[in-house]
Design a protein around this ligand. Sequence first.
Ligand SMILES: C[S@@+](CC[C@H](N)C(=O)[O-])C[C@H]1O[C@@H](n2cnc3c(N)ncnc32)[C@H](O)[C@@H]1O
Length: 236
Amino acid sequence: MHDSFRESARIEQMFSSIAPHYDFLNRLLSLGRDRYWRSFAVGKLPPIEKGVFLDVATGTGDVAIEIARRYPEGVRIIGVDISGRMIELGREKVKRVGYLDRIELREGDVNLLPFKDAEFDAALIAFGIRNVRDYEHAIKEMARVVKKGGCVIILEFTSLRHPFIIPYRCYVTRLLPVIGEVISGRRGAYRYLPDSMKDFPDPEALKLIMQKAGLRDVRYYTLTFGITAVHVGVKK
Ligand SMILES: C[S@@+](CC[C@H](N)C(=O)[O-])C[C@H]1O[C@@H](n2cnc3c(N)ncnc32)[C@H](O)[C@@H]1O
């Protein structure tokens, strides 16, 4: 417990330190694909007129904003993130795009979500799950706060090695840490991305973890030659 607290504190500090450059670097480092990947994941949410979705590890709120754009006014979104700085910047962005009445951003840890059971119609996490130590526990926690029959969606990088994306893998492991360091001025922060991608389970293994976490009908879609994958599971 103590170790995982220290680990969370380290990750919180790292993300807070890169937060001011996060959006810009996201576009650059994903070669502009990140918007499409988020939009695809949001497209797997159920079509509802009224309700609440949870965006876990919301960062600066891009997923929450995408949901607000695509859903009617009766749908609200709560975003949580462990980094206070990400939340601050996210709130400014939400205000700028005019969704303050529908999107609420709060600090919170996916390992212990500050919500009652079955509060949400669905929960989504984009590029956040690989930061946690115990994937199954985090997925269980997301499932806990979702209503029965609601879904849990995970968008994440994969460790797949399609021949088409070998140049992209080289870019991520060699060039990205250097570009990230120059722009953010933070040594090592962008080394973390390739390292955490390398250790992340492949899509089949993540599907099994989601099933073990108690989700049914788990399916996944690989995007952009397997650079990322979207997994969807339903709460029993
Ligand atoms: C790569 S960013 C993704 C942000 C956003 N979802 C997006 O699509 O741009 C990962 C985020 O996960 C957050 N994070 C890391 N560990 C977390 C945890 N245990 N609980 C909640 N958020 C966490 C970080 O602070 C960071 O904002």
